[in-house]
Design a protein around this ligand. Structure first.
Ligand SMILES: *Cc1c(COP(=O)(O)O)cnc(C)c1O
Length: 399
């Protein structure tokens, strides 16, 4: 049931919701309660990477629902072991901790970095350096790590032990490192912050700095992970191996799950009893993780994301590059941003009226996140609607 306009809701008003109630999804398509059909180029914000209601994941979840929903992490959980083994077999990581969200995965990464320095190395280091325009979550620690003031407004005092510096400013980064620094944490495409890819040279410099000072390198792959950028994990593009990386959004096709992955030398830092989560890696959640990863590998979805991402950018450039409203088209794989000269929120609403769902990344950037099975026909359709929306907006401005 949707709440008619003007009527009060029993929910906190912390989300500015669009005037649409979605009730069904299949593949790239969503339907609302009025029977309107939408082409989905946001995927629940990079969550439904396999599209809506993916067959294999649905089947595996249904089977697991009949067997066992939940047992405590005080017991062995075969699905959790198998999901972790799949992740380590297909990444540079050696160990996995399962949780329920991106913020919780980053929280675990921060805790692991502190505990490694304090309990294993005995250096007592605790500080984590992050970057302006980053986004790492909404818990107190992760919103403090986030390099955007808007998420901190009204939540003082913030926890100690975090510092942010401008992206691609190596001097500022070097100046921020002290004998208290434990880790440097970053996304490789700053997604919420405007779809800003990190330059390879800058990442190499960070890696060097980490080696010189004994710092841990944490990559937040909550949005860039799970095939989205054209590799299973975005750090593969850069040829680096982070000490820790985090996943959530696309990891279980929409079942709420997160994961923190680390190198073998970090294992002892999370000794028994040091960290935990009641719902982390339940039989159901990890059934969804296994089915999602297996499907992704079988159908070579990272490669598909690279191909379709290149096609999407090519089509956007062809149809939009000459528009005076469009300043830049950028991204990696199927995480694509269109930077405009002015705020884009009206364009999002107009897109919805014309049957296309997409989102923003900061005030002036349109963010496109189709599922990884998206077809060229669907891309053509989306680009055509988008070009129309932007063209009409520019034309109106001229009148
Ligand atoms: C969405 C996101 C988070 C937070 O994930 P939640 O599941 O909402 O807690 C953290 N980091 C990045 C890069 C994200 O995109």
């Amino acid at each position: 049931m949707s709440i008619p306009e003007g009527q009060s809701s029993s929910l906190f008003p912390n989300y500015a919701r669009y005037p649409i109630t979605l009730v069904k999804g299949q593949g790239s398509w969503l339907w609302d309660d009025q029977g309107h059909k939408y082409l989905d180029f946001m995927s629940g914000i990079a969550v439904t990477n396999l599209g809506h209601a993916p067959e294999k994941v649905t089947a595996k979840l249904k089977a697991q629902l009949d067997e066992l929903w939940h047992v405590s992490n005080l017991f062995h959980i075969p699905n959790q072991e198998n999901a972790a083994a799949l992740l380590t077999a297909n990444s540079c990581a050696d160990a996995v901790f399962f949780c329920n969200s991106g913020a919780e995965a980053n929280e675990a990464a921060i805790k692991l970095a502190r505990r490694y320095h304090q309990k294993v190395k005995g250096t007592g280091r605790y500080e984590v350096i992050t970057f302006f325009q980053s986004f790492h979550g909404r818990t107190l620690a992760t919103l403090t790590a986030t390099g955007q003031d808007k998420v901190k407004d009204g939540f003082l005092p913030l926890p100690a032990g975090f510092k942010s510096v401008p992206l691609h400013d190596l001097d500022a980064l070097k100046a921020a490192v002290t004998d208290k620094t434990a880790a440097i944490m970053l996304e490789l495409v700053l997604a919420e912050g405007g779809v800003l890819p990190v330059e390879a040279d800058f990442l190499r410099a960070i890696q060097k700095l980490c080696k010189e000072h004994g710092l841990l390198l944490i990559i937040d792959e909550v949005q860039t992970g799970m095939g989205r950028t054209g590799k299973l994990f975005a750090h593969e593009h850069y040829g680096i191996e982070p000490d820790i990386f985090t996943l959530a959004k696309g990891i279980a096709s929409g079942f709420p799950t997160g994961a923190m992955l680390g190198k073998a030398f970090l294992r002892d830092a999370f000794s028994a009893g040091s960290h935990g989560s009641t719902f982390g890696g339940t039989p159901i959640a990890t059934a969804a993780v296994i089915a999602t990863i297996e499907t992704m590998l079988e159908d070579r979805l990272p490669q598909r994301a690279a191909e379709m991402g290149a096609y999407l950018k090519e089509q956007l450039t062809e149809k939009l590059a000459s528009n005076p409203h469009v300043k830049a088209i950028r991204g990696l794989g199927l995480l694509v941003g269109i930077e405009c000269a002015e705020p884009v929120n009206d364009l999002v609403l107009e897109g919805q009226k014309r049957g296309l769902l997409f989102i923003t990344a900061g005030p002036n950037v349109i963010r496109l996140l189709p599922n990884l099975y998206v077809t060229k026909e669907e891309i053509d359709q989306a680009v055509s609607i988008l070009a129309g929306v932007i063209h009409d907006h520019t034309a109106v401005k001229k009148d």
